[in-house]
Design a protein around this ligand. Structure first.
Ligand code: MSP
Length: 524
């Protein structure tokens, strides 16, 4: 039985079109899924849209649409972008799916039967933008949301409550016993401190609007809809069939929930408590990334500086955009998006270090040996280097497990620099004049083997470009090749290299005009 691997993105609110933040999480999830697939796992990758709640109802109304019509439109914008990006999700869930609704109602009924839900009255503040309840002491002195700064509403309404307070100790025990349940681990202390401060019971139903999942009919209280975060978090199990047809529940628990730092508490406090109440296993890792700014400034519609991921990827090439996102910023930290930094990465890391190495290999192979690469020769001259490569490879898996993709890439680039250095040291043009053909053959065999391993290891991050490398090197990029050349460190058979055009043509200047203030302005 292959190992299973289940990864999720947050389900995105349909009050806005996709931006770089959404693309970032989705691309990382795609990278993890592809990586584990290459390692031979049975992977399941879930993404989707979060469509209920007051925020969406208001957004739809302000555009003169029903929430259902509006959700249909924006949800399909997300789906089309992921399809355009070649994101290999297995399920795109919508919280308006009937099977999801059934699962959420089942969860509510289960928690109620268990005594974890009771009816009361909620009096306090609510931020519609964050869909979050706040107490008097949590909001700012102007009655604004402590998280997003927007005005909060004062609510006084009948509500059902989840006994979150009862789960405080069990949550603390879970954090303590599972070192990497929250990644990066530095985020965990923040959560632990919060939970140690005491947990209030959580309001989990609303009566002042209707765009949500009604309580189960058996409860007999039709004016309540279920709080959007209980509804939304449940997607991670309803997508596997919880509550309807549980055919995929053996994929649970999730290996990774990828999320942004703003939704940390929902995922690390509410979600595990809900799961405990439902007596379901807890996720293995909740991996929390930082936020992107643009040219040092917060992105916002009013500033007109929101990065459109589609435009960037279409102009600079999707794979280069993917590479930039995960190479530029260590996972967990905030990052800044700028075209100059992207161009530097493309010209230097990708063009000089990677693309040129393949070009040089193709050029020399045809110049000296009609394109024939004799792979076996390289062991005689490069056994130390080959061993060192396998040692570096041995460290890569842990980096991927910890989602340190920037370091994973740094390590891969160490391998590439061994290749570039080997050419500079061997000086094949001199060796050929001296008649030392075997040495040059060994060098080219070494570079070809090195590039084959890099192509396989880079494939999850740059799926398209690496296919071109694979075509040149005559290997398929699949689990079998991964096992043979990466895990077992075997050498390629002799082959004739195929000429492919340069992988990363040099980019001289930003492809989108930039204003003097440094902010990019979208081209018309
Ligand atoms: N619907 C909820 C998630 C429910 S999951 C059960 C939600 N949706 S969202 O569309 O507002 O945000 C989705 C993700 O985008 C969050 O993880 C958030 O951190 C991320 N980002 C939003 N803006 C971002 C940046 N500027 N940079 C990086 N990520 C950002 O929250």
């Amino acid at each position: 039985m292959p190992e299973k691997f289940y990864v999720t993105t947050p389900i995105y609110y349909v009050n806005d079109v996709p931006h770089i933040g959404h693309a970032y999480t989705t691309i990382i999830a795609d990278i993890l899924a592809r990586y584990h697939e290459l390692k031979g796992a049975h992977t399941f990758f879930l993404t989707g849209t979060d469509e209920h709640g007051q925020k969406i109802e208001q957004a739809a109304r302000s555009r003169g649409k029903t929430p259902a019509e509006y959700s249909d439109t924006i949800s399909s914008t997300f789906r089309s972008l992921w399809d355009h990006f070649g994101i290999r999700y297995d399920r795109f869930i919508r919280t308006t799916d009937e099977s999801h609704k059934v699962g959420v109602q089942k969860a509510f009924a289960t928690m109620l039967a268990k005594g974890d839900i009771y009816k009361g009255e909620y009096v306090g503040h609510y931020c519609v933008s964050c869909e979050t309840f706040f107490t008097e002491t949590q909001i700012t002195k102007d009655h604004n949301c402590p998280d997003c700064g927007k005005e909060t509403q004062l609510l006084k309404e009948e509500s059902y409550f989840f006994r979150l307070s009862a789960y405080q100790d069990r949550l603390l025990t879970w954090y303590d016993a599972n070192e990497k349940c929250i990644l990066p681990t530095s985020r965990k202390s923040e959560v632990v401190r919060f939970v140690e401060g005491g947990l209030d019971d959580l309001s989990i139903s609303r009566t002042s609007f209707t765009w949500g999942i009604p309580l189960p009919v058996s409860v007999g209280d039709p004016k309540h809809v279920i709080y959007v975060w209980l509804d939304a978090l449940m997607n991670y199990v309803t997508a596997l069939g919880y509550g309807s047809h549980s055919e995929n529940m053996d994929l649970w628990p999730a290996d990774y929930h990828l999320i942004g730092k703003d939704i940390l508490r929902f995922h690390t406090i509410f979600w595990p408590a809900f799961l405990m109440s439902l007596e379901l296993p807890l996720p293995k890792h909740i991996a929390v990334h930082g936020w992107w700014t643009r040219d040092g400034t917060k992105m916002s519609k009013s500033r007109g500086n929101v990065v459109d991921p589609k435009k960037m990827a279409d102009l600079y090439h999707l794979d280069s955009f993917r590479y930039f996102l995960v190479r530029e910023v260590p996972f967990g930290q905030d990052g800044d998006f700028g075209q100059r930094a992207l161009i530097d990465r493309i010209n230097n890391d990708l063009g000089n270090d990677l693309g040129n190495l393949l070009n040089r290999l193709i050029g020399m192979s045809y110049k000296y040996f009609d394109g024939v690469i004799v792979s076996g020769q390289c062991e005689k001259y490069y056994s130390e280097e080959l061993k060192r490569i396998q040692t570096v490879i041995g460290e890569l898996d842990q980096l991927m497990v910890d989602i340190q993709i920037n370091r994973y890439l740094e390590y891969l680039w160490r391998i590439l620099s061994m290749g570039n250095k080997a050419i500079d040291t061997a000086k094949p043009w001199v060796r050929m004049k001296e008649g030392k053909e075997a040495e040059v053959q060994a060098l080219l065999g070494f570079i070809a083997n090195l590039l084959a391993k890099v192509a396989l290891l880079l494939h999850p991050i740059m799926p398209e470009i690496t296919l071109k490398m694979g075509r040149a090197l005559k290997i398929t990029l699949d689990a079998t090749s991964f096992k043979t050349y990466v895990t077992e460190g075997q050498l390629l058979a002799d082959f004739t290299i195929e000429k492919v055009p340069p992988l990363f043509p040099k980019i001289e200047a930003p492809l989108i005009a930039e204003a003097s203030g440094g902010l990019s302005i979208a081209a018309p």
